[in-house]
Design a protein. Structure first.
Lengths: 143, 143
DNA sequence: AATGCAATTGCAAATCGTTTGCAATAACTG
DNA sequence: CAGTTATTGCAAACGATTTGCAATTGCATT
């Protein structure tokens, strides 16, 4: 059997633990997710999944994403304008820089910013449940 | 005449400078915006405007918001889930903390974070066009 | 103040991304 | 292998926003 040992087995257990069935469409979608290094939107996931199993529908993609999100297995990002994009939740936390010209997404992480956010929230009398930090920028020509 | 000297006159000049006509519906909408201390969405602006001039339509609210946004006179924020919310652009830059329970919005500003963002963008080879920093939190009970 | 014309309007219909009702189908249980 | 129950695809519904269009209005000109 040519099974890759990516984390799609993990996804299956996540779903199973949540009392959900491992169906053929779900298997396909989970495969795609486990492989994906990028931030595909629902339609893109649908296209990729559909290429392997023509019976997968867009609704099922949405439903599966919702299930995985509820389980905390994936993150959903709604960047400016476009549709929601997804990524695996197992990677360490990071924020995003979006190229306004190309739509390209670069991940980054700043301990300092994380700490400052906590600090600000505390001063305002809140504790952070989650946050959203997106830098929309343009590649600098100027050296 | 009981005219308040808020910034709705400014809005009018902004539009006029952009070569747009000052119509009755626009006047009403601008009034609302100039008064508003909060972050109303299009529907809310429509409701308030409609209360003063029953002929104002939702489409016109959207169109006017778009015009003002294009002129840079207002900011448009699409917070998690809900519809876009607007606020005057004349206030100094700030970010938002959203109460996940009440939807309440608190503004804050951190020079440090602003600087760090610039720094990060530079390291990634970008310059920031704009950013989005939203903290979603809950009021802390624990003293 | 009356005229003309382009900008603006309200309305309804269209759009986009996403969700949902439903009857048919497929997973897991025993 | 059968029975229950979750899951499916489809199409229709959804909420926020945009748009085409014919009627109206602002405003520069007379």
């Amino acid at each position: 059997m040519s099974e890759q040992d990516t984390s799609d087995r993990d996804y299956e257990s996540v779903l199973r633990d949540a009392g959900m069935r491992i169906t053929k469409p779900r298997k396909t979608i989970l495969e795609i997710l486990a492989e994906g290094e990028d931030h595909p939107d629902a339609l893109e996931i649908f296209r990729r999944a559909n290429a392997r199993d023509a019976s997968v529908s867009l609704s099922t993609v949405y439903r599966t994403m919702k299930a995985l999100h509820d389980c905390g297995a994936i993150h959903r990002h709604a960047f400016e304008g476009g549709p929601a994009r997804f990524e695996q939740a197992d990677a360490p936390h990071h924020d995003h820089m979006i190229d306004v010209d190309t739509g390209e997404i670069v991940e980054f992480r700043s301990e300092k910013i994380e700490r400052l956010q906590e600090e600000i929230a505390r001063e305002l009398g809140y504790h952070i449940v989650y946050h959203r930090l997106e830098l929309y920028g343009r590649k600098r020509k100027t050296r």
